[in-house]
Ligand binder design. Sequence first.
Ligand code: ADP
Length: 484
Amino acid sequence: MKKHGGTPMEKYIKYRDLIDDLLQMSVLFGEDGMVTYINKAAREQLQFDNKTDRVHISDIFPNEFERTATGFKYAYEFGSDIHDMMAYRKNKTCFRTETKIVVDSYEGLVYLCMIRDVSKSDFLEKEILRVTKEAEEAMKVKSEFVANVTHELRTPVNGILGNVRELISKEENKETLKGLSIIERCCNDMNGIINNILDFSKLEAGKFTLEPRRFCFRNMMDYVKANHINKITEKGLEFFMTISPDIPEDIISDELRISQVLNNLLSNACKFTSFGKITVEVVRTTQLGSKAELFFIVMDTGVGIDQSAQDKLFKSFSQVDATISRKYGGTGLGLNICKQLVEMMGGSISVNSEKNKGSMFSFSIWVDIPDDEVAELTGTEPDIAMHKAMLIAREMYENEQVDESRIYGSEKNKEELNKNISKLILSIEMENWEKAEMFVNVIRELTEEAPREMKTLALKLKMAVQKENTEKALESCETFGELL
Ligand code: ADP
């Protein structure tokens, strides 16, 4: 077998087969510029035949090589640099390449040209640009459409709402009043959904802007609390709110949007909690000059969320499962909007939750502190404060035991059942069917794991309440009490 030595040409011969199989194009040429070897990839792409065509390197790269009497002139230095060069095929069509030419010597100089076709990535780049542009156009049309539709929807809903309120203020008939109140509530719900869709489409189209201004932080928190306290107490839940004293009276931020996030978290907490408590906690975690980071926690002792569902919670249109939307309603946009708003305010949002134990949503935002308030603030050690806030939150959360009320037959379950039966009887006697239905729902949740007899009774009770049949409903309550 022929032994290959160390001279460049011998090495080229030795690696010839290898070079021939390379996917990358390789071309060898000599001092006179004449091509001595073209590998398979280059032969196919450049359409030159190594054996029959007399090819000069300037035929392939006419922009960089100039043919001279003795050989060629090259526009660059030979070496390790890669240059963008147009390569020409035999038929004079061309394509963009990234090419590197190295020089070696064997009975004169030998040049190895390594050529990479980048026309495909060019094409892909153009395709990506085109598709992105198309998607952006489509998005623009869609958000304009959504903005128009939501606006068109809002006008009639507000028309209905205004008139219903007027009728409510004049109406005396109890039955009619009840019907009108339902219309009013439906209009409010619809407005909430329309607002969510509008915000979502604005955020998606990047057209959403914050409107920071100076406001009283505690007033805002009181207002948020006032929005929910009736519903919370109606459900028989406890409510606690703590605001750290080192948060200044006034801050500069978008009051409406902070309230929106809190309102969403609180209405979820209320929606998904049948017994126990809801807690809101706000602390100042970091202070950097006139900027402060505020950390909010909203905790409940409700149904909780499966670990597996927690990841997709902040994605748009995400509800934990279809039964949730049937049972509790909603579009699944709320938390996604919260996430985007919180991020626009320089923070982040997260959830900690356990099935049948409760949920803890926490988020941080950066706010500005007015000059006159900065002077009064004592410096906070950012890391310590943040650490403290997280500790408080975790402790609060971890101290919550798995809610025993859900365990049928336990003391706490019995206690809750008795409490809700009494409230139910009272609501039935007062013919407040809306409240009665709420208590019946809690009773059904508390008896989810009860024997069949009890579950059937809870269902009968619900039907009697839905039919507003006082006699049957009270009768079922009595049987219920006896069975307990
Ligand atoms: P929507 O706008 O429909 O209320 P959200 O984005 O606010 O939707 O919430 C999405 C889903 O996350 C809810 O449908 C519910 O399944 C779950 N979820 C949110 N908050 C809670 C909570 N405090 N407890 C239990 N589940 C929750």
